[in-house]
Write a protein that binds this ligand. Structure first.
Ligand code: GTP
Ligand code: MG
Length: 427
């Protein structure tokens, strides 16, 4: 086991540092800092102060010049902070230099915040393993300490001990542990693969709701299916996929899955963890890509989401762009701007239900793509198939004959193979 030399230290008050390079505007950096602040607050760490530094070139030692670094430190001290968080990624040596200089302060970056949130939210075994592995790999070159759990209230991760604290770690032990976790992960992955194969034969068509964090994915799932998946004004409220059944207006059933939100500058090692939790999106028949119409950075959020989807090879699916949160004080000009830019998109409010009817109709079309009209005679000893056809909403008409059940209906292309033996000529 890894030796823990210091008690875990919790942090409560943060000082944020954003860096503006010559090709960026201050406004943009401020927006990034707003997002960092939301991420930090998600961990229930308060933000006491923030600053934007203009930098023509990152400095190797401390990212910023020595004089600037001292100013930052003085300001953070004056504001009674106990952690300094850079929006930019700090190299392990920059981080060490900072912590040497700042003594009592913890100095970290956005990556560490995101890893921490993920660690807290993951609930499946695989997601937990993935994230722990990502943390270990992150800590390894950072020698001085392994994981510091940041959140103040949720002791869960910390109490499990095993070095998830601020400490000096024996690198060799960490490496061993990483190896062990990789092996464990491989086992879990194989199990999931088996489960997925089983699920693939699931008769019901599936759709996945994807999008930037806080766009309203869980709210949309709730509104569409009248369920109560956790929706919160927090980033990454959802980390593991949740599925709900939805009946479409034409009577057909569908399984809709909510997924983890995306965020920009996602640490690359977390894209791996995403792959596990996003499997549902990858195997679904279509995607609903949700964006928050009120976001000042809608286009950027959309691109971030698309680039992660691309990495997951899930970009080529039928996708409906859904602008959410059109209720309330949103400027009509904004909406008409997006309408003309994305004429195919849907405009909805998960809160008021506006636009959801049309969205469901669109899903009917999506599901109907590749649906074939058929006439079948199912023998009486195959009521399982009759049941199945009802289940997927494929039955238009049925009658009981001596030889079996006569069914007229529309069968999704990918299910046709299951019933072709019973197809009657002339259909
Ligand atoms: N006004 C308004 N607010 C909404 C609407 N839909 C969602 N929200 C709010 O937006 C916030 C985020 O909603 P969620 O459904 O948790 O968003 P999410 O995309 O699932 O977020 P993550 O799981 O964190 O990625 C919550 O505070 C919701 O109440 C809407 O149609 N209108
Ligand atoms: Mg959610």
């Amino acid at each position: 086991m890894i030796e823990v030399r210091e008690k875990p230290k919790l942090v409560e008050r943060a000082f944020l540092v954003g860096i503006t390079s010559p090709e960026q505007t201050d406004e943009h950096t401020e927006l990034l800092l707003d997002e960092l602040a939301s991420l930090v607050e998600t961990l229930e760490i308060g933000v006491n102060g923030r600053t934007v530094i203009h930098l023509s070139k990152p400095q190797p030692k401390l990212m910023v010049g020595k004089g600037k670094a001292e100013e930052i430190l003085a300001e953070a001290r004056a504001l009674d902070c106990d952690v300094i968080i850079f929006d930019q990624e700090l190299s392990p040596s920059q981080q060490r230099n900072w912590e040497r200089m700042a003594e009592k302060f913890l100095v970290i970056d956005r990556q560490e915040i995101i890893l921490d949130i993920f660690g807290e939210r993951a609930s499946t075994k695989e997601a937990r393993l993935q994230i722990e592995l990502a943390r270990m790999e992150y800590s390894l070159p950072r020698l001085r300490r392994a994981w510091t759990h940041l959140g103040r209230q949720r002791g869960g991760v910390m109490q499990r001990g095993e070095g998830e604290t601020q400490l000096e770690v024996d690198q060799r032990l960490v490496r061993k542990r990483i190896q062990r976790m990789r092996a464990q992960l491989e086992i879990v992955r194989r199990q999931r693969e088996t489960q997925r194969k089983r699920r693939r034969s699931l008769p019901v068509p599936t759709g996945a709701i994807v999008g930037y964090t806080n766009a309203g994915k869980s709210s949309l799932l709730n509104a569409l299916t009248e369920s109560d998946v956790l929706a919160e004004d927090k980033l990454f409220a959802t980390l593991d996929p949740t599925s709900r059944r939805l009946s479409l207006p034409n009577g057909q059933n569908l399984v809709l899955t909510d997924t983890v939100g995306f965020v920009r500058n996602l640490p690359h090692r977390l894209v791996e963890a995403f792959k596990a939790t996003l499997e549902e999106a990858v195997v679904s028949d279509f995607l609903l890509h949700v964006v928050d119409v009120r976001s000042a950075e809608l286009e950027e959020h959309k691109e971030t989401t698309e680039s992660v989807l691309e990495e997951l090879h899930a970009l080529d699916k039928p996708t409906v762009l859904v602008f959410n949160k059109i209720d309330g004080e949103v400027d009509p000009a904004t909406i008409s701007y997006w309408r003309s830019r994305y004429p195919e998109a849907h405009f909805v409010s998960a809160r008021t239900g506006e636009g959801l009817g049309a969205l469901k109709e669109r899903m009917v079309d999506l599901v109907q793509q590749g649906i074939r009209p058929m006439k079948l005679l199912i023998p009486h000893d195959r009521y399982d198939l009759v049941h199945f056809l009802h289940e997927i909403g494929a039955v238009d008409k049925e009658s009981y004959e001596d030889e079996g059940v006569l069914i007229r209906g529309n069968i999704p292309e990918k299910q046709v193979a299951r019933v072709t033996d019973f197809a009657l000529a002339g259909t």
